[in-house]
Design a protein. Sequence first.
Length: 424
Amino acid sequence: MLAKKPIPFLDLVLSISEATDLVDKELNNHNKRVAFTSLNIADSLGLSNNFKYNLIIAGLLHDIGSFSLKERHEILSYDYRPKHSTNNHSYIGYILLKDFDPLTEIASIIKYHHHSWEDIEELELPETVKLSAQIIHIADRIDVLIDKSKDVLTQVGDICHIIKKDSRVKYKPDIAKEIVKLKNKEFFWLDAISQPEISTFVDKLGYLPLDFDMDIIDKFANMFSHIIDFRSPFTATHSSGVTATAEFLAKAMDFSDNEAFMMKIAGYLHDLGKLAVPVEILDKSASLNTNEFRIVRSHTYYTYRILENITNLEIINSWAAFHHETLDGNGYPFHLNGSELSLGAKIMAVADIFAAITEDRPYRKGMNKRESLKILKTMVKNNKIDSNIVTRLIENFNEISEARESAENRATKEYKEYRSIFEE
Ligand SMILES: [Fe+2]
Ligand SMILES: [Fe+2]
Ligand SMILES: [Fe+2]
């Protein structure tokens, strides 16, 4: 039987942060660099370790609400200003994180990370939120101003000139002043273009990384699944349906309670790599061209590589990331075969297919019992998926369908609430 092991909070945050940067090669570690530059600014301003810790987390997650390539590119222009007060990535990031207890303050910081100083100076907000949002704002704009193809130290003068010019309007004057003071400190600018190992700096702050207990892991993974799914109406309820199915099948296959719980977490995270797929492709109901198809297929590779960095998540990862592998070894991306795949991975593969073919999508109804079982049985016959698992699914068909549907209905409700911010 598998034992419960704590999962470090920072590992989880880093994994979402990396995942959201994958959508565009140009961004390559943008979140991490902003977190690092923010930390250096906070250091220079003499702020407390607790403040810095929150700032790093907020920096790592600041662009989490930016789903489309189009918006990602808009943000790269120095003068970017959200066109809409709620339909923009800062606000979306705030909505996605705000109800998750350990991140409520971080959510507010993210909400204001593109506000100019003029806009937030008078707002009734905790000073720490205003200050953090402004530090991230300026660190983010510095990252955009640096031309990565040229030597950074040759650009410092120009960048400081721009920051100084925009002080008071865009930036809180004392932060802008601090940046100008850093003009001759080479380390600050070299750090700003580095590939920082964030955990080293968090360790230095002397904080024990907050380890999550099972209840919080559950909430976190659920929140994470919404970040993955809510990017497109076509995927809005998918992870919820897969999770309910996988958890049920695990119990039906005699997994212990703890193992069934781990299966639930794996279900929430199984399509994590879809964060690397541009929303423009996810939103296509028409058939994809070869290249787009390749990009979509790469999602399980990214799920695996991202979850790989999380301590104590190895087994959950191996159940989550191999859901497009098949028993005959012709699946992807690792081409593992039946003897190499664990029972958990085989369950996830069945759950993923079952949820995908039975769920309603905006452009089609889900399949009924007869149609869906026909597909699953054909796949068993072709040595794609495990026959025992499909037998258990057939034996428990009604209960599983009910569990899947009610999980999807819950997700639909949450998705609608989330979408309503675009109509405000
Ligand atoms: Fe942003
Ligand atoms: Fe998938
Ligand atoms: Fe999936």
